[in-house]
Write a protein that binds this ligand. Sequence first.
Ligand code: ADP
Ligand code: MG
Length: 923
Amino acid sequence: MMDFLHLLNQYVWGTRADRKLIRLGSTVRKINAVEAAFQKLTNEELTAKTGEFRSRISAGETPDQLLPEAFAAVKNACRRLYGTKLTVCGIETVWDMIPYDVQILAGIVLHRSGIAEMATGEGKTLAAAMPLYLNALCGKGAHLVTVNDYLALRDSEWIGGIFRFLGMTVGCIQTGQSPEERKAAYACDITYGMNSEFGFDYLRDNGMAMSREEMVQRDLHFAIIDEIDSVLIDEARVPLIIAGEEEVALDHYDRYKDLIGKLTDAQKRRIDNYLHDAAELLGRNPASEEGIRLLFLARLGMPRYRPLHKILEDSNLRVQLDRFEDRMRQTLAATQFSELKTNLYFVVDEKYRQIEMTSRGLEFFEHLHEDFFILPDLEKQVTAIRADETVPDPEKKKQIENARSAYRCKVETIHDFQQLMQAYCLFEKDVHYIVDSGKILIVDEHTGRALPGRRFSDGLHQALEAKEDVRLESENITYASITQQNYFRLYKKLAGMTGTASTEASEFYQTYKLEVTPIPTNRPVHRLLHCDQVFRTRREKFHAIAEETARRFEAGQPVLLGTPSVEDSETISRILRMQKIPHQVLNAKQNRQEAEIVACAGQKGKITVATNMAGRGTDIRLGPGVVEMGGLFVIGSSRHEARRIDLQLQGRCARQGDPGEAAFYVSLEDEFMRVYGPENAVRILAVDEGSSVSSKRLDSIIEKAQKKLEIHHYAIRKRTLEYDDAMNKHRAVIYALRRRIICEDGAEKVLDEILLRRADFWIASLSPENSEAVSRDTLSAMIFDETGIRIPESEWTKEESDTAEVIAGYLKTRFPVPPDESDEPDGAQRKTMLNSLLLRTIERVWVNHLNAMELLMDNIYLVSYGQKDPLVEYRKEAYVLFEELMDSIDEGVVTALFRSGPLSAHSGISDGESHIVRKNLKK
Ligand code: ADP
Ligand code: MG
């Protein structure tokens, strides 16, 4: 074992982070000294430590004070287990790990609620054992969060041995487990599980459970998130949703599909002509202005069109085209530009994922569908109806209602049309989604993995289903939802580990207050990093990759080819097949044995093609003889938008001091280069006529573009979070209310409050100028309206308390089941009834609210046309909705209580198959 402390002494003049490591280094020495002393203990004496630590914590000692001893106990347990057999995921292995100093160091960082950045293969799994043990001593549980089920099971069985040896219990949450199994796993001292499982359990516990017994989680005390960047950054925007189906009109999609097909065909014909003419013109004169103009039109109309890219393989043309585009986009050329656009039916903006219909497109469509895009002026219509004196009032009401619904219908139609346009022009099969056994599966843009069960929102998914001719599925209705970000922020103490966090350090700090500490590697890194190879075309790039792979294959060196998309991995696989190079393909379509395949990627002569992060978390050990060949060779088939993802990929080689090599191949046609690409790179390349170029300068240009994009994406995530905040607060209030009913004060007390609040509401709705007598009459009528109960005159004249209390007090005596009539001495039945009534009502109203908020979110962008800040407007509207929500709960409870006839113990309890309120909740 290398002494990293020795290594650290060289850092005296280093950065802040280095100095921090030196400080932590003294704690590591202390832990090692304690561990040396523990070696003299018997097994029984060591395991007795757990009990001793627990009582010392109860007696007031803090986990911080116990850290050296607790960490030492774990290290010592590892030493005692050394050489013993254990079974991990069905495979028998031998325990061979005693934490290195760097792992102890990482453990300290984790305990202090930070992010330990530790390279792949450095042993994060073991490092987490120490802080898990220490924090579990408090008796409130400690969670280890992984990115998939397999890793949760593997790590709980692998590391679990230590905890059991020390007298702690270990549980593991897996998809598909019963509530009983989950509850048992959460009751353990330490619980492993996958990120979304934890989140879903939280939602079920707090949004759906009807009694304490149905809840499975305990407090959210301490969690360590493995691969934290994947969970909190890549998946930050993916909310966890518990949903059911709602019936919506799906016929729009099928109805307009053919029309859009015609429209896109017409555009394609046009562009084919342009390209044909352009080729001819440019063939005669390579600088033909008209030729370039036609190419530009083609790019505006179909930026992903293959024949266009074929022509643009000529770098000279590409440079001219870019110059032309620059010119067009200048404000001076605005009129010229918009005139140019009218040649097309629509213009596609890839970067902002927008499609702009031109006047030609509108005409084309209206020719088939008169007035299709014309929204009626609702306000004008309503005013006209109101002003019409020949129409009686009730009829007016009906007419206004009709006008409103016609308007809504039109808005929906246009919306569905726009979604279809997006589906046709911006979403590509096998890049953005795949079709698998009659279903559209989203492909995660970061990992290239299919995400079964997730759907694009807002009708886009249906649009894709229509486009691909698969069965349209109805839109989901949300019953409960939370983003992973917000779930994990609920923990009292949070920590994380990953190989790649530094590039996003400021986001981790600002959003989660988590500081990133890079941990030195146990042994020096021997990774040979090549400069990027930049090609003009994808074709040239892929062939160069295949050539390089073939060369390595002949020598027997294993190669791991990482691609950003399924499409790319299939292209590479096709070329390799043609060259008869045996290889494994691992992509979104078959992710089950992912881990096993990746684990073998370091064997002699193995060629593995995988989407970027497939098999993340799996250790790649080198096979015999591979070290001599230079270790694993990693090829990235393009640069990703985020450096982090590239670093993950290159981190797959050269683990634990192994040798390894990494190279990225880039072409100017790659999505990243094309859409965000630094045009300078293009210019540099235009000068050079070689088949590929690579230079440090080019590398830094690419990196700069990545950095810019990272900032851009962070801004988007931050914005999403700001929007999310409103929802998050509402959720907190409602879940707290549910908790009070289920676990704390009970239904009775909450009900009293509701009655009182409702009475206040009735009183407040009457204007204060009204005289006593009038207000009492109106008040009586109002109460009668909602409850069907008339408050007798005698009640009103009671003097001792205020009006609200009088009302609430009287209503309470009129419960369908008065307290004295309940059949059991402790009133258990009454309790169950009230519980169920309250929870059901909250659920119904809350689900409505969730969906109203979703609708608000979908439409809030409209206000930006009015030059208002959508976020400000959103908050305002959300606040109004929330106030309505609270009033609706009170109202709903009161009506349910007095209006739904006598209660029985079963009223309001659903048929047991699910807690979910059925469809048509939206009015
Ligand atoms: P990471 O999650 O950091 O990528 P893992 O926890 O998967 O790394 O561990 C990588 C490999 O290193 C595993 O094969 C493990 O057995 C080995 N390893 C980790 N820590 C030690 C140790 N202290 N002694 C020996 N082997 C270790
Ligand atoms: Mg790991």
